[in-house]
Write a protein that binds this ligand. Structure first.
Ligand code: COA
Length: 180
């Protein structure tokens, strides 16, 4: 299995690698509230800089990281607090994953997702992942890492999407029931 590593995006050195990922409509089609295809390496660099600035201001355990193969960024991994439709924090946390298109279909998305789930559960007992209903690959990744479907919701980002959750409380409850 390929070895993935995670690190912060570096706006100066990683803009070209990130541009290869986010200039592809197939990758960005289901990301965010509206589709944004990166049009130039400079535009990509500015986006990475905004992400770096925002990470510096929150300074916590959440983040948006480069997922690297042999040191080369081929995707992103995220763990962050979900905003509501007005951008206010909801107290719920999501994990997410993006991958360069030529790397799809090799299990890497699932590897990124599993790593984020493990990281997230070190900090919160309940972790969500959300995707547009059409994003079947991402929904499948949620299932593959053992998350449970919650159905459609409009609670986050002001859009309708499908939510999955992973709850340590439920898992521990299951274990308790099994061992009774
Ligand atoms: C989501 C994403 C990271 C998945 O990456 P990946 O490396 O291809 O994922 P994996 O290979 O680990 O697993 C994908 C699973 O989805 C399945 N899948 C892929 N496309 C599918 C489709 N159109 N319909 C149904 N299942 C699909 C695969 O068969 C696989 O399941 P399987 O192992 O049971 O066969 C990748 O497609 C991506 O970067 N998409 C664009 C960014 C994005 O939308 N991110 C999620 C935002 S919510």
């Amino acid at each position: 299995m390929s070895r993935l590593t995670f690190r912060n995006w570096d706006p100066q050195h990683d803009a070209e690698a990130a541009f290869k990922i986010y200039s592809d409509i197939e990758v960005v089609r289901y990301l965010g509230c509206r589709v944004t295809v990166m049009e130039s390496v400079e535009m990509q660099r500015e986006r990475l800089q905004k992400i770096a600035d925002s990470a510096a201001s929150t300074g916590g355990v959440t983040g948006f990281w480069a997922a690297c193969l042999d040191g080369e960024p081929v995707g992103s991994a995220l763990f962050k607090e979900l905003p509501d439709g007005e951008g206010n924090p909801t107290g719920d946390f999501e994990i997410g994953w993006h991958l360069r298109r030529d790397k799809w279909g090799q299990g890497l998305g699932t590897q990124i997702a599993a790593a984020m789930l493990e990281l997230a559960h070190r900090h919160v007992p309940r972790v969500l992942a959300i995707a547009y209903p059409q994003n079947l690959a991402s929904l499948r990744v949620m299932e593959k890492i053992g998350m449970q479907p919650l159905g459609l919701t409009s609670q986050y980002y002001g859009v309708e999407c499908i939510a999955y959750e992973s709850s340590l409380l439920a898992r521990n409850g299951d274990n308790a029931a099994t061992h009774r």
